[in-house]
Design a protein around this ligand. Structure first.
Ligand code: ADP
Ligand code: MG
Length: 396
């Protein structure tokens, strides 16, 4: 059975519980710093409103331990009010309380309600039966437009659609359509760019991607572990001692599958905590025990860019270096730039840090698909589905 999306069914004049991902970064003075995730939800919101539905939005923000006003969705409500004309957006402080229940019961035709941070309730993560019931009672239909939380077995993700009919939103549809087409029938050559901190958390991902890819371009801390497995002196660099065997297995598997694994032959060393650190280029043979690898070098950038130029499908997860210090963000930026310049390829980019690293760049629209899901995207690639997606197949 497949999910039904909201543009494939008639949802009209209903009370709709809409699960969105409004987990946005806030500024120090408590306003929305980056509203991309809010904007992703707008097509679904607008479509449901057009059909006369009344919306109750559900999201979490951050990692509050219980009710903590520092994690309130109030700033999101404010931003949403600026983005949606003709509707009043109101926050429901506590939907379980009597005032909350009254506010929901008397929801105006031109009003959109937003439930306060769903993680203020510990029952959300516990996927608590009674809590699910209290949520499901608020609406007649459930719509999930939050791909990035679909790997979580939580009340507002997998619970509600066990009790009322559940459908996928338009942003969820785009995510799933893009990712599944790239995984099932990618145009070749397929170039996978992998970076980030660790191999160990991404082994299943690598194995899955190995089945479709022609070339792997490796950077970040992940590259260091591979280099170490090759016997390179990596000094004080971040690498995973415990993953060396896995790294060797991956290299062997790649040989077997005829997948080219490209490692940087030149790296950048420096001091990651120093905002004015020198950016020293070193060949692998020049590394000493005092060096810390923090980025791929210009020579590696050039090699990687030439592979990216020839690709027809590009999948990228993981920064090429310690991008949090702008001095070591060069490799990551260069990869991003190369992808945006390849206009014939389908490109999919995802991962919490990867997306954070490129969000301020220009030409984001030149990427075919930027996944909103970090963990969700990785798990989807590995398993081909997610609990939140399966939950929508049960009763739609
Ligand atoms: P994503 O969230 O996109 O999946 P990861 O969480 O796997 O990516 O990895 C991102 C982290 O890896 C960042 O904090 C980045 O600083 C770190 N990282 C990448 N390369 C290096 C390196 N050479 N040394 C230290 N940290 C690195
Ligand atoms: Mg991360």
């Amino acid at each position: 059975m497949n999910i039904k999306y909201i543009d494939e069914v008639e949802i009209r004049d209903k009370k709709v519980l809409l699960r969105v991902d409004f987990n946005v970064p806030l500024t120090t003075d408590g306003s929305v710093a980056q509203d991309l995730r809010i904007k992703y939800a707008l097509p679904t919101i607008e479509r449901l409103l057009k059909n006369g539905n009344q919306l109750i939005l559900i999201s979490y923000l951050g990692r509050p331990k219980g009710r903590d006003i520092g994690f309130s969705l109030a700033p999101v409500v404010k931003r949403l009010q600026e983005l949606i004309a003709g509707y009043k957006i109101a926050l429901v402080d506590d939907f379980l309380s009597e005032p909350g229940q009254k506010q929901i019961a008397s929801q105006d035709k031109n009003e959109i309600l937003v439930l306060e941070n769903i993680r203020f309730y510990s029952e959300e993560k516990e996927n608590d039966k009674n809590f699910i019931k209290r949520l499901a009672e608020l609406g007649q239909v459930y719509v999930n437009d939050a791909f990035s939380v679909c790997h979580r077995e939580e009340a507002s993700v997998v619970g509600i659609p066990t009790l009322i009919p559940g459908y996928g939103g338009l942003s969820l549809k785009k995510e799933i359509t893009m990712l599944s087409s790239v995984l099932q029938d990618p145009k070749k050559p397929v170039v996978v760019i992998l970076g980030g901190a660790k191999i160990s958390t991404k082994i299943n991902l690598i194995s899955r991607l190995m089945t479709i890819s022609d070339t792997f371009l490796i950077g970040g801390g992940m590259a260091t572990t591979f280099l170490c497995a090759h016997g390179v002196q990596v000094g004080k660099s971040l690498y995973e001692n415990t993953a060396l065997d896995e790294a060797r297995k991956i290299l062997a598997l790649a040989k077997e599958k005829n997948t080219l694994i490209v490692l940087p032959q030149e790296v950048v060393v420096g001091d990651r905590n120093d905002p004015k650190s020198a950016r020293i280029f070193k060949k692998l043979t020049e590394l000493t025990e005092n060096d810390t690898i923090l980025d791929i070098g210009p020579n590696a950038e050039a090699v990687y860019r030439s592979h990216i130029t020839k690709a027809e499908t590009i999948i990228w997860n993981g920064p090429m270096g310690y991008y949090e210090n702008p001095i070591f963000a060069h490799g990551t930026e260069s990869i991003f730039d190369a992808i945006t310049q390849n206009t014939h390829a389908t490109s999919v980019v995802g991962g919490g840090d990867t997306v954070a690293a490129i969000l301020d760049e220009k030409h984001l629209d030149k990427i075919t698909h930027i996944s909103t899901g970090g963990g969700a995207m990785l798990e989807y690639i590995e398993k081909g589905t997610l609990p939140g997606i399966e939950a929508l197949k049960k009763r739609s």
